[in-house]
Design a protein around this ligand. Structure first.
Ligand SMILES: [Zn+2]
Length: 199
């Protein structure tokens, strides 16, 4: 349902934000209302696995990309009926990038055109994202045999996002930083996963 409407026009920002909040809450808390700060930023979380994220859909970005595809189809006069219709009905011989819709155009048509110019700069930033550096650990973390829960914890770990006492002390003063298991060192992710004698 959402996918259908989102591929035709950009829903109000509040709607997109609400959907994103629900997805994010579910990921970190398994519930709809999760108010604590996630260990890894959302902007990073939804990126492709090869770029260090977990490769889920970010509705806001996905929605804009879908609209961008529509705009691109019109700009390149893609050989499909609705694009031909749009050119015949609305654009005629005008230049698409300078085109402004007539007052009697349909609501969806005008709504999408609002994004026609910002699309040019967005296309550039999308290319930049695609070219951003790949991580080296995605194949290890997301190995096919991995148990999802373990893979997820490992994904947080490699980015030093686990809520260890040491890390939490950066945000909240902690009186006790000692490892609860061995009491011989501070509890941070290196100690728990690498140095710890039982690890
Ligand atoms: Zn310990």
């Amino acid at each position: 349902m959402y996918n259908y409407w989102a591929s035709i026009f950009l829903p109000p920002k509040a709607v997109v934000e609400k959907i994103t909040t629900i997805c994010r809450s579910y990921l970190w808390g398994g519930i709809e209302e999760y108010t604590r700060v996630p260990h890894i930023s959302w902007a990073h979380t939804w990126q492709a696995k090869k770029h260090g994220g977990i490769g889920i859909k970010d509705y806001d970005a996905w929605n804009k990309i879908t609209i961008a595809k529509l705009i691109w189809a019109v700009a390149t006069k893609k050989d499909v009926p609705w694009v031909k219709w749009a050119h015949g009905r609305y654009i005629k011989d005008k230049d698409w990038w300078d085109y402004t819709p007539a007052p009697d155009s349909s609501w969806i048509w005008k709504k999408n055109l609002l994004h026609q110019r910002s699309f040019q700069s967005r296309l550039f930033s999308l290319i930049c994202t695609e070219l951003s550096s790949n991580v080296t650990w995605d194949k290890v973390v997301w190995a096919r045999s991995a148990i999802p829960r373990h893979a997820f914890i490992t994904w947080v770990y490699v980015q030093h996002g686990l809520p260890t006492k040491k890390r939490l002390s950066r945000f909240l003063p902690q009186t006790d930083l000692q490892c609860a298991f061995c009491h011989s060192a501070e509890e941070d992710d290196t100690h728990l996963f690498s140095d710890y004698p039982y690890a």
